[in-house]
Design a binder for this molecule. Structure first.
Ligand code: UD1
Ligand code: UDP
Length: 373
């Protein structure tokens, strides 16, 4: 039987790991859930375990916040002894947060197979810490589980071998589909006095947007103007809360971060979503809800081509104009390939076949040969 360690640390990891663990356990694999503790507030962490029915982590590393080097190094130091004690065959890491990078490095150096879920995503913007994490995690991973065709193309262009890369679809969509009916029964809309398609939903937490005072001020100006025409609900990430310093744009309801079910209930009913989140761009495409991404680039280009996402940048005039256009004429969308709620099965199939294969990838196999090109 294969022993598979599954790593979570920050908010966007939980909705990705849950379906993967379920599918692995259904097939009889032994799973170990390791939580690094990168996010720890109830609203950023516990509520996801409750909403999604994730079991208590088997190991909790309690690393908390810090600079990038502190957080990454502390996680490596804390994960290494756990890894050496448990000796998993495979370590599954998801997404692009610092916990993903630290645990992938420890596992790769420790000789386990590293499987990266959401491999191949690229924004092309190396000023984003996540982009550096994506590139580095993919490089040390043995099994690259990819959410969209553009991710496969990115990996091919970077020289990855075909037998390392698997198009499995977007596992966040599995969780979204599995929980949408439950989310729709939540009373959050009536509690907030909102009606379906008569409000907008906002999330902002990218350092490039909220840690830069000039950028944040122009984004708040844009929200102020959109909020005068359409009420906006803004669950505020702790990074952003610290930067707002009490400012509240007109027509914007600020609140603490929401649990998964309440957030999805709002996302599903919103007339428009304004965000800089990666996961929210993907979820709005899956829900067919118009999304303005307040960034200059995206690691989810498929959502702008096939989905409902419009990359509008941070200029307030452009944001306000785009919001009016999208509200007047909502975009049409199609569901990207394999965003069908069954990614967990494909991921579990790959992981278990790789774990038991006699020609499983070895650390010496990482360079492609001429036949692979
Ligand atoms: C992290 C990820 C980002 C992801 C985001 C999801 C990295 C480099 N960044 O960004 O990719 O999109 O999570 O939400 O891994 N804080 C709290 N309570 C918490 C957690 C954080 O108050 O439970 C505050 C702390 O002041 C902390 C700050 O938020 O310093 C930032 O947290 P951190 O995990 O370093 O980065 P995020 O901005 O959350
Ligand atoms: N989310 C949530 N509550 C919130 C904001 C986001 O449950 O208040 C969920 C959202 O539905 C998605 C995930 O968190 O599943 C996205 O995480 P986040 O935006 O923090 O990170 P990113 O995807 O940008 O890395």
């Amino acid at each position: 039987m294969s022993r598979i360690a599954c790593v979570v640390g920050a908010r966007p990891n939980h909705m990705k790991i849950k379906p993967i663990m379920d599918a692995l356990e259904k097939r009889g694999a032994e799973t170990i859930l390791v939580h690094t503790g990168q996010h720890y507030d109830r609203a950023m962490n516990d509520v996801f375990f409750e909403d999604l029915g994730i079991r208590r982590p088997d190991r909790h590393l309690e690393i908390g916040s810090g600079t990038h080097a502190e957080q990454t190094a502390r996680t490596m130091l804390a994960f290494e002894p756990v890894f050496l004690e448990l000796r998993p065959d495979i370590v599954v890491v998801v997404g692009d947060v610092n916990s993903t990078l630290s645990c992938a490095l420890v596992a790769a150096k420790g000789g386990a197979l590293v499987a990266h879920v959401e491999a191949g995503l690229r924004s092309g913007d190396r000023s984003m810490p996540e982009e550096l994490n994506r590139v580095a995690v993919d490089r040390v991973s043995d099994v690259l589980l990819v959410a969209s065709a553009d991710g496969m193309a990115n990996l091919r262009a970077e020289g990855y071998r075909r037998d390392q890369t698997y198009l499995v679809g977007n596992v966040m969509v599995d969780t979204l589909m599995a929980n949408l009916d439950r989310a729709r029964t939540r009373p959050i809309l009536s509690e907030l006095g909102l009606s379906r398609r008569k409000f907008g939903l906002v999330t902002l937490h990218r350092p490039g947007n909220v840690d830069d005072e000039q950028v944040l001020t122009s984004l708040l100006a844009a929200l102020d103007e959109v909020g005068r025409k359409l009420p906006l609900v803004f669950p505020v990430h702790p990074r952003t809360r610290a930067r707002l310093r009490g400012r509240t744009p007109a027509g914007v309801l600020l609140m603490d971060p929401l649990g998964y079910l309440d957030f999805v209930a709002l996302e599903d009913s919103a007339a428009i979503v304004l965000t800089d989140s990666g996961g929210v761009q993907a979820e709005t495409t899956a829900l067919g809800v118009p999304c303005l991404t307040l960034r200059r680039n995206t690691e989810w280009p498929v959502t702008t081509v096939e989905g409902t996402n419009w990359l509008v940048g941070c200029d307030p005039k452009r944001i306000v104009r785009a919001a009016s256009e999208f509200l007047e004429k909502p975009p049409r969308s199609t569901m990207p390939e394999l965003w069908d709620g069954r990614s967990r099965e494909r991921i579990a199939d790959v992981l278990l076949s790789v774990a038991t294969s006699s020609d499983r990838p070895r650390p010496t196999d990482h360079y492609r040969t001429d036949q692979d090109v």
